[in-house]
Write a protein that binds this ligand. Structure first.
Ligand SMILES: [Fe+2]
Length: 223
């Protein structure tokens, strides 16, 4: 007989989502939510066995995103970012606070800001994230950066938490692949059961994880 607890793989993720939901229900002020969300994310990424295998698969051409949860009231969202060897983002912003928790591998990040002439220039040194580290971005503390996989020969995975529906945010800086990524997330965040058939197989499965985590309808179902 199978022990249900032994197959409840996503329990830590579901616990994180429950804690986050309670947190944003008490306050949506960034100065209150972001530090507490950072502590919760630290706890979540202490272990990595909870992330379903299909949310760890890199894309051969671009960094891959798997939506893990979207708060129904759009107060926060959780995404698994999977970086293939050598993959990187363009310079981009977010328009909302965000947390980057390193789960597997390593990432390098470089922050940017506009100078007096309005041109983007690097700020500070390139920073390296290792498993267990959590970085922060926000319009209030610096929101423009570039991120890349620190490895040229293996994937890296980070768990991102945003203070809103990241699929609906419109960044000021528009990287060339942002529209595709944004459309992908928007589809996931707005898809209903009738439209799931038009999404990719990975997206369909991602939607299922979102449902299971977000509404707790089914346990032991992360396959
Ligand atoms: Fe970013």
């Amino acid at each position: 007989m199978t022990n249900p607890a032994a197959t409840d793989q996503i329990a830590p993720l579901r616990h994180f989502v429950a804690q986050m939901t309670q947190l944003v229900s008490q306050s949506q002020a960034e100065e209150i939510v972001r530090p507490k969300a950072k502590a919760l994310l630290h706890e979540l990424i202490k272990t990595d066995g909870w992330l379903p295998d299909f949310c760890t698969v890199p894309h051969p051409q671009y960094y891959q995103q798997y939506l893990l949860h979207a708060d129904p009231l759009e107060r926060f969202s959780v995404v698994s970012f999977v970086w293939g060897p050598g993959q990187a983002t363009p310079i981009h912003d977010h328009m909302v606070w965000g947390l980057i928790g390193m789960l597997r591998g390593s990432e390098k990040g470089q922050r940017y800001a506009r100078n007096a002439a309005g041109q983007l220039e690097p700020i500070g040194q390139e920073e390296t994230l290792l498993p267990g580290d959590v970085d922060e971005v926000s319009p209030t503390i610096g929101d423009i950066h570039i991120v890349k996989n620190a490895f040229d020969d293996q994937p890296s995975i980070s768990i991102h938490v945003y203070g809103g529906n990241i699929g609906a945010e419109t960044p000021c800086l528009r990287p060339t692949n942002w529209i595709r990524q944004k459309l992908c997330l928007r589809l996931l965040l707005t898809a209903n059961s009738q439209s799931l058939g038009s999404l990719s197989s990975n997206s369909r499965r991602t939607k299922l994880v979102q449902l299971h985590v977000g509404f707790g309808a089914t346990r032991n179902h992360a396959r």
